[in-house]
Design a protein around this ligand. Structure first.
Ligand code: IVH
Length: 668
């Protein structure tokens, strides 16, 4: 009986692995998605019934259940280097010439040409054919352990195919997010009212840096392997291209656009051919990479500083286009900063249509001599907001209009001032200005502030423009009925938003101070203020002389903090927020001697009575350091439910271990 079940499980796993190989590596699936799903569910059901037969490399075991507390470091056996860049044909020719000269080689050299994928470099180690661990590139020498996250990537095999793989195989490659997956993910994020990612690269980076692998598993990531790291085997081919082919036979995905060519001219042909397909490729690339195919030649050439002499990245030009400025408008930010924004004749730049571009500030407008009617270069550099890079004066028409800073705020008509020596002009309307209120409320609700899930930027804009709320305090009296009255808001989402608002009432002093949106007060300053004063009233009453005593606070920040609490409307809103039920634990202060100063805590397992982040914040407020890994320097390990390897390690090292109850008493 038992052996029959083991057989069945083994056969199912082998079948699924085989289908994965044909689907992900050969790009030629053998069965329909539904047939695959059926096999997968069958295996899941068997493993649920016989959990004793679950093994780590089973295709069902991609997601662990425990979110990690942090990322451990992994030192690379061989450093992960970067590539030198070439931006022109001449630079590529020079690269090839240098290689021939150094190798004393008269003929054309053989190169492997590969797309330069726009994602994140990773190192993955297989030991005896089984997925062992994965790391980020980090600084090239030490990366972060992202094993749990990389394991969730569907096209990364958990077990290698065949039997001729090396005992130890380190594969290097790029984790990326396909364009379609990126678009779908952003639609999902928008529906959840969460912030969207600016580009697939950022989305891939954000997804790999999740502490919770279950979250990473929902992100459409993929891998292309492009090199070997440390490998232990008796003999191996002497060609990079042959090694990439071997990776495929072991089940590792390799980019299908890779091509072997002879000489620099053929490299340049490849560059143009890939460039013309670029938009049609299902993933983003920012250039191509040429690598010498012969590994002996690679070794002979070696490295200069941190880049190999045997490879180079030939980058596509920065994403710039010309268009005309039709008008310039002024946007008002949270702190009243007024930004000139160019309204453009729509232009397609780097894959998107751009119709607005920032002009940054009036000093920049003057420096670039921008006028309405000008033809300008618009640049969209990867993840940043499109900007007007320069003006083409040769195309300036006879009649243009200068860009003039308004004397009054375009939203609330308060005076606009530009302080001497400052580039930024500001609206003086404060919370009287609808734009500042709106931006302030967005900030208040944002993740690092009150973290009101589901209350995204768009919803705040809607609420403010329909006069449903005037301040952050008004959020706390929003009703489900009020919200369902809004366009595109169903009852379920409305209920979720109201529940999230309610939940946000329990916060910490530092988050609350940060949420207030005081100029120049970021997360760190807010934390220092909270730690120094311990309670809100003390912060509100502090004069500038006292404020400059706080870590990180100089005269300018002190003046902003002081001025903020001098304004009666700010004090009123704080009062309303407290009356609405916002609360936080008092922070114990002892100026120099915080009670847990010098102590390092590690939280492991799940806590039942408070979120881990809150426990961490409160420990930090008492002066403790909270670390993700146990070492002999750890003072206390707090072991929650189902604590695992960290608890074992703590025991091994003889580190003090306490339970959640003890922690609660400590935090009072
Ligand atoms: S090879 C020593 N091949 O580009 C050579 N890198 O600037 C190591 N990249 O960190 C890199 N596609 O993240 C190589 N086909 C490719 C690549 C590639 C993208 C990235 C990689 C690396 C960076 C180097």
């Amino acid at each position: 009986m038992t052996s029959k079940i083991i057989d069945k499980i083994t056969t199912l796993r082998a079948k699924i692995d085989e289908h994965n190989y044909h689907y992900y590596v050969c790009d030629a699936p053998l069965v329909s998605d539904s047939a695959y799903d059926k096999l997968f569910r069958e295996l899941q059901a068997l493993e649920a019934e016989y959990p004793q037969f679950i093994s780590e490399e089973s295709p069902t075991q991609r997601v662990g259940s425990q979110p990690a507390a942090g990322f451990n470091e992994i030192t690379h056996d061989l450093p992960m280097l970067s590539l030198a860049n070439a931006f022109s044909d001449e630079e590529v020719e020079a690269f090839a010439r240098r290689a021939r000269e150094r190798l004393d080689w008269d003929d054309k050299l053989t190169y492997v040409c590969e797309p330069k994928l726009d994602g994140l470099a990773v190192s993955i180690v297989y030991e005896h054919g089984l997925f062992l661990r994965a790391a980020t590139r980090g600084d090239g020498y030490v990366g972060e352990d992202i094993t749990h996250n990389v394991k969730t990537i569907r096209n990364v095999p958990l077990r290698l195919r065949g039997d001729d793989y090396p005992e130890w195989l380190e594969v290097r490659g790029e984790v990326y997010m396909p364009k379609q997956g990126f678009t779908d993910l952003n639609i999902r994020m928008a529906q959840l009212g969460e912030r969207q990612f600016v580009n697939p690269r950022n989305a891939a980076a954000g997804s790999l840096r999740q502490l919770d692998a279950q979250m990473t598993a929902t992100r459409p990531l993929a891998l292309y392997a492009y090199a070997l790291g440390k490998v232990e085997e008796d003999s191996s081919p002497n060609s990079h291209y042959a090694n990439l082919q071997r990776l495929k036979t072991w089940g590792l995905p390799v980019c299908p656009e890779i091509s072997k060519v002879n000489g620099a001219m053929e490299c340049l042909d490849y560059y143009r051919q890939i460039g013309s397909k670029r938009d049609a490729l299902p993933y983003e690339i920012d250039g191509v990479v040429y690598k010498l195919d012969d590994l002996m030649q690679q070794e002979q050439l070696g490295f200069v500083s941190r880049a190999p002499r045997w490879a180079i990245a030939h980058k596509f030009p920065a994403q710039e286009e010309m268009t005309v400025i039709e008008d310039v408008e002024f946007q008002v930010g949270r702190t009243g900063a007024i930004t000139p924004v160019a309204r453009l004749k729509p232009v397609f730049v780097g894959g998107v249509t751009v119709s607005n571009a920032t002009l940054h500030n009036m000093d920049e407008v003057a420096r670039k001599d921008v006028r309405i009617g000008d033809t300008v270069v618009v640049r969209r550099a990867g993840d940043v907001i499109p900007e007007v890079a320069s003006v083409d004066k040769s195309q300036r028409p006879d009649i243009t209009k200068p860009v003039v800073l308004p004397t009054h705020c375009p939203v609330c008509e308060s005076d606009v001032v530009k302080a001497e020596g400052e580039a930024v002009a500001r609206c003086t309307g404060g919370l009287f200005c609808a734009a500042q209120r709106r931006e302030g409320i967005k900030h208040f609700a944002s993740r690092k502030a009150m973290n009101i899930e589901g209350l995204g930027d768009k919803l705040v804009v809607q609420l403010v423009s329909e006069n449903q709320i005037h301040s952050s305090a008004d959020l706390f009296s929003l009703s489900v009925e009020q919200l369902t009255g809004l366009e595109r808001m169903g009852e379920k989402s409305a209920k979720n938003v109201v529940a999230a608002i309610e939940k946000s009432k329990a916060t910490t002093l530092d988050k609350f101070i940060y949420a207030l949106g005081i100029r120049e007060v970021g997360e760190a300053t807010a934390r220092h203020l909270a730690q120094y004063y311990g309670n809100l009233e003390a912060v509100m009453q502090a004069d500038q002389e006292s404020l400059v005593q706080v870590d990180d606070v100089g005269p300018i920040v002190a003046a902003h903090v002081h001025a903020f609490f001098q304004q009666s409307h700010n004090v009123d809103i704080i009062k309303q927020l407290q009356e609405a039920g916002l609360h936080w634990p008092t922070v114990q202060v002892n100026r120099d001697e915080l009670p847990l100063k010098g102590q390092t805590f590690v939280l492991t397992g799940s806590l039942t009575s408070l979120p881990r982040d809150e426990a961490k914040g409160r420990l930090q407020a008492l002066g403790a350091k909270v670390s993700g890994s146990v070492s002999k320097n750890t003072s206390v390990v707090i072991a929650g439910e189902a604590a695992g390897s960290k608890l074992v390690k703590a025991r091994e090292l003889g580190v003090t271990v306490h339970n959640e109850q003890w922690l609660l008493e400590l935090l009072g």
